[in-house]
Design a binder for this molecule. Structure first.
Ligand code: FAD
Length: 161
């Protein structure tokens, strides 16, 4: 990767990072998306996503993410494999340390998401075949009698800096 100063860098390639990329690319801000250790983010780990607007029958997570990626690419977004281990935001341009390389950027968007904390238990028969434990918070209304499960699946926030 050449070492010129980037206009916009987005940390994270989940749905938030890709949404930011679509908007930034359309505004000609030339975004570079750093994919991190989990390219496509958490939705790429799941099967059917039933609550995303515009898909009345639902859409598979990896397909949804792939569509977002294509949309972002269409407007000129670049993607790079790499994980930010340190960010110096005390000077401009900002400096991002990816371990083996350094990236300078005028604008930084952090969309580093969260990590699902897995229960490590077999699926309950009350859960649908398409839902895995981390998805239960978004399906709470279907599992009112089992609300305790929802509170046993907190997410761990993660920060790149
Ligand atoms: C199994 C499963 C099923 C789910 N089902 C649904 C559902 O049906 N409906 C729903 O609404 N939600 C669902 N969710 C929750 C949903 O996936 C998350 O709310 C959503 O993915 C959050 O998007 P995000 O872009 O903010 O972050 P994430 O998807 O968490 O993506 C974070 C991104 O940041 C990158 N990153 C992190 N740290 C760094 C770093 N230091 N440097 C570079 N990159 C970094 C990661 O590699 C990743 O690409 C589900 C989650 C899971 C795990």
């Amino acid at each position: 990767m050449n070492n010129h100063v980037r206009e916009t860098v987005i940390i994270g390639s989940g749905c938030a990072g890709l949404t930011a990329a679509i908007y930034a690319a359309r505004a000609n801000l030339k975004p570079l998306v750093l994919q991190g250790h989990e390219p496509g983010g958490q939705l790429s780990l799941t099967t059917l996503v039933e609550n995303f607007p515009g898909f009345p029958e639902g859409i598979h997570g990896p397909e949804l993410i792939e569509n977002m990626k294509k949309q972002a690419t269409r407007f000129g977004t670049e993607f790079h494999t790499g994980h930010v281990v340190h960010a110096d935001l005390s000077r401009r341009p900002f400096v991002l340390d990816l371990g083996r390389e350094t990236i300078h950027t005028r604008t930084l968007i952090v969309a580093s998401g969260a990590s699902a904390r897995w229960l490590g238990r077999p699926m309950s028969k009350h859960s649908s075949d398409t839902a895995s434990p981390p998805a239960l918070p978004v399906m709470g209304s279907f599992f009112r009698e089992r609300m305790w499960r929802i509170f046993t699946t907190p997410v761990k926030m993660r920060s790149p800096v």
